[in-house]
Structures are given as structure tokens and as C-alpha cells.
Design a protein around this ligand. Structure first.
Ligand code: URA
Length: 270
């Protein structure tokens, strides 16, 4: 054993704790040096009064990021005349999520396809690569839609309600959803698809302005209204939920069949 090397069992326990923290979403260190909060206070630490009691040493106040007001976001969104401008406008919108994410996740697929899908928010893989639905649930999504003959690069276009990854994959807050909704509506207005697919509860409840959960909303056509568009929208289960709940795949399959029949013209959405 090298000098200073922690005994093996202790290192493994520390690694296990680190793994758990990563799993629970602590994906960045806030201080450069590790702090052992279980260690007894040192004499120096006990002797030093808290910085707040020594104003001359107190750090300057930190300017907290101010979330962009929805009105400002709406103005930025409305000013975007094409998809490239919309992407730039989203990147410019002030949000604490922008500070913790690595890459803006804007969209993927074919914007001319006539079918636009809207998910919830990027996860770790999407954040790393800057593309929506590239992780396990995205690969599952591709397999689901391939089963009714739809291929991402040709037959549909994909985006999310949030363009930045919430830290630790937590659910989006209402404030975050409200902030980015004008961009999503502008995105839909610029793409002008013939049909929308809303993937999961956050997307369906937000765009349908509904109180019901996804299990009640799924399986039928609704309408998304806003930004001068009124479009048929099918609510369905999120692929990440389906990976966790295999029993729900039966409902998802019924939704896929409904979509296929609608695209084939056998069903006209109300
Ligand atoms: N889940 C989503 O809702 N969107 C993604 O891009 C990835 C996972």
C-alpha cells in the first residue's frame, strides 16, 4: 500500500457513496477540495469566527442569476424567423438550467416530415451530445417508431419542452416549463407539422393545458392551440416510462397503431 492511500475497504465505501450521489443527481462538486463533514472541527476552525462575523473578510455578494421573465422569453421567441434564429434565441434566454447543462439540446430528425414529437427534457446522454433522445429511451423510441415504419432521419422531427438538462435528471419545475413554453410554441409554428406526438405527461399536460395525467390523456387525438397554430396532437406514454413499466407497452402499441392509421388516412383526428 502506498503512503496516504486509504485502506481498500474505506476506498470502496467512498466510491460507493460517490456512485450513489451520482445516481441521485449530484453531478458536480461545489468546492475544489473535498470536505469531510464528519471530521471533528480542528483547533483552527474552532478558533476562527464565522466569516459573517468578520465583515471585512466577507466575500462580495454573489449576483444570483435572474430567470428570464416569461414576457422576455415570449419576445425572444416571437422574434425568431427560422429554426436557426430560434435556436440562437433559446441559447440567449437567461435560465439557471443553462449554467448547469453542457449543451443546448434543440432538435433532431427531419423538420419537413410533417410529424413532430415533443418530449420532456434532455438527460445525461442528450446533454453530452447536444441531440434529443440519443440515450436508452431514445434508442427505444427509434425502435418503437420503426415498428410502424417511421425512421427519425426521414419521417419525424423531435424536440423537448426543456432545451437544457435539469441537473440530476430531476423533473422540470413549473417555472422552467413556463419559461420555455413560448419557444416550444414558436418551434411548432416554424416547423408547421401536420401532426404532433406528445411524449409523456410533462409534454402532454403542458401543451394541452390539461390537468389530467398521461394515462387519461393518451390514446386519443387532441388539439394543440397557440402561436397561430391549431394542430392534431396524439398524447402517448414516454419511452423512458415504458422501459420501466413493460406492462404499459400494450397501451403504447395501441397508440402507435392509431398514429399509423391516422398517417395512412384511415382515421381523421377530431
Ligand atoms: N427524455 C426526453 O424527454 N427527452 C430526451 O431528449 C431524452 C429523454
Amino acid at each position: 500500500m502506498e503512503r496516504n492511500e486509504a485502506p481498500r475497504a474505506e476506498r470502496e465505501a467512498l466510491l460507493a457513496a460517490l456512485r450513489l450521489q451520482v445516481e441521485w443527481g449530484a453531478d458536480e462538486a461545489l468546492e475544489v477540495a473535498p470536505v469531510d463533514r464528519f471530521a471533528a472541527p480542528t483547533a483552527a476552525a474552532v478558533a476562527l469566527p464565522a466569516p459573517a462575523l468578520r465583515p471585512s473578510l466577507a466575500p462580495p455578494p454573489v449576483a444570483l442569476p435572474v430567470p428570464a421573465a416569461p414576457a422576455a422569453a415570449a419576445r425572444l421567441a416571437a422574434g425568431a424567423g427560422d429554426l436557426a434564429a430560434l435556436k440562437a434565441a433559446i441559447a440567449a434566454a437567461d435560465s439557471p438550467l443553462r449554467d448547469t447543462a453542457t449543451n443546448l439540446v434543440f432538435a433532431d430528425g427531419n423538420p419537413e416530415a410533417g410529424l413532430m414529437m415533443i418530449g420532456e427534457a434532455p438527460g445525461a446522454d442528450e446533454d453530452r451530445l447536444g441531440r434529443p433522445f440519443v440515450g436508452a429511451s431514445g434508442q427505444f423510441l427509434d425502435r418503437m417508431f420503426a415498428s410502424i415504419g417511421l425512421e427519425r432521419s426521414r419521417d419525424f422531427y423531435l424536440t423537448n419542452i426543456l432545451p437544457w438538462r435539469p441537473p440530476g435528471n430531476r423533473s422540470p419545475t413549473d417555472a422552467e416549463v413556463t419559461l420555455f413554453l413560448p419557444f416550444v410554441l414558436r418551434h411548432i409554428a416554424l416547423v408547421r407539422p401536420r401532426h404532433l406526438v406528445l411524449l409523456g405527461g410533462v409534454s402532454a399536460k403542458t401543451l394541452l393545458r390539461a390537468k389530467e395525467g398521461i394515462t387519461r390523456l393518451r390514446g386519443r387525438w387532441h388539439r394543440v392551440e397557440g402561436e397561430g397554430v391549431s394542430l392534431p396532437a396524439l398524447a402517448t406514454l414516454h419511452p423512458a416510462y415504458l422501459l420501466r413499466s413493460p406492462a404499459a407497452k400494450r397501451d403504447a402499441w395501441a397508440d402507435l397503431v392509431l398514429l399509423r392509421r391516422t398517417l395512412d388516412g384511415a382515421i381523421t383526428p377530431g
